[in-house]
Design a protein around this ligand. Structure first.
Ligand code: ASP
Length: 330
């Protein structure tokens, strides 16, 4: 039987790190390609190619590297049955979201995975994670997903939750796509493989600001962001997106200047609803765009992606409020 063909794109993270013997601190390994040699059993059932794109702690991930990842997958798209991206967990939810916007209408899976403990250390979760990520990449699933902690999660719904093997990521507003085990159990609401025309648009405009409200927030902070000519703002409001009345003028100023202000929320399992309280409705009337049930991570990647397509406020609003890649429930 023909073995499925998977391309493993290495982007770094703990999974490929080694410990500095004198400080004990983790940093990227010199030769990441060593990794595949550790998986002889996988190579019996899957045909692999391995590409090192970058080898960084994911705190150094950037929209430019998202573009490089999307380009690489686009270039190789027809050659493989699925893709696996090894990536640090700290910013994995941002990258997964970004790739889901850059490569829409997938007909095969793009699976991100990583680990808490480096592969070459005792008790590493990396081995299992990588094996399950590769197996998932051969299955009937056609979306960007994260495989960690016994679950398959839609990438643009994921949030890093806890530094523990069992609950590293969660998906607060969307059910998991599958459960890892023998066999892997896939849920019916996942997107399945079928003939779709890939939509490829890998650019991002990173000139945005993300602000978090707190009691005593100085409205002049928004003026400062406007003065530095940000192209868009994400503001995490209280509860379901409520804001203090002293920032309404700034929200209006954003609308008048054509700068999208997306109102998100600070809740762990939060849905933004600007019509439940007067303090949210005022923001809505002043022109704030609701993040609905998107995670802030998905919002960041989406706003950057949308702003690279258009700077026209009405078009930005329309795209931000539409479900583009499963990131939002309508
Ligand atoms: N700091 C690491 C990173 O995100 C953490 C990890 O890989 O889990 O690259």
């Amino acid at each position: 039987m023909k073995k499925p063909k998977i391309c493993l794109i290495f982007c770094g993270g703990t999974i490929g790190m080694v410990r500095n013997p004198s400080t004990g601190v983790l940093g990227p390994a010199q030769d990441a390609s060593e990794i595949l040699r550790l998986f002889p059993e996988l190579q019996k059932i899957i045909q692999f190619d391995f590409k090192v794109l970058v080898n960084i702690d994911s705190s150094n991930m950037s929209p430019d590297i998202w573009t490089q990842i999307a380009r690489k997958i686009h270039e190789l798209y027809d050659l493989y049955d699925g893709f696996v991206i090894a990536h640090g967990t700290d910013t994995m939810a941002y990258t997964a979201s970004a790739i889901s916007f850059a490569l829409q209408n997938l007909n095969k899976p793009i699976v991100l995975t990583g680990s808490l403990v480096p592969l070459n250390e005792i008790g590493s979760d990396g081995r299992n994670n990588l094996i399950y990520a590769c197996l998932t990449a051969t299955l009937d699933i056609a979306e960007v997903c994260i495989v960690l902690s016994n679950h398959i999660i839609r990438g643009n719904r994921a949030k890093k939750f806890h530094e523990s093997f069992s609950a590293l990521f969660h998906s607060p507003n969307f059910p998991v796509l599958g459960e890892l085990g023998r066999p892997i159990k896939l849920e019916d609401w996942r997107l399945k493989r079928r003939d779709r025309k890939l939509k490829y648009e890998p650019r991002f405009d990173s000139n945005i600001s993300v602000l978090k409200l707190f009691p005593g927030f100085d409205p002049a902070i928004i003026d400062k962001v406007l003065a530095r000519k940000a192209h868009g703002i994400i503001l995490e409001g209280f509860g379901p997106g409520n804001v203090p009345s002293n920032i309404i003028m700034q929200i209006e100023k954003c609308s008048k200047r054509g700068i999208p202000l997306v109102l998100a929320n600070q809740m762990e399992k939060g849905i933004t609803n600007l019509t439940s309280y007067a303090v949210g409705f005022e923001a809505f009337e002043a022109g704030a765009i609701s993040s609905k049930d998107m995670t802030t991570e998905a919002c960041v990647a989406k706003l950057m992606w949308v702003l690279a397509q258009t700077r026209k406020l009405s078009e930005v609003k329309k795209l931000m409020e539409s479900d583009l890649a499963g990131e939002m429930s309508i």
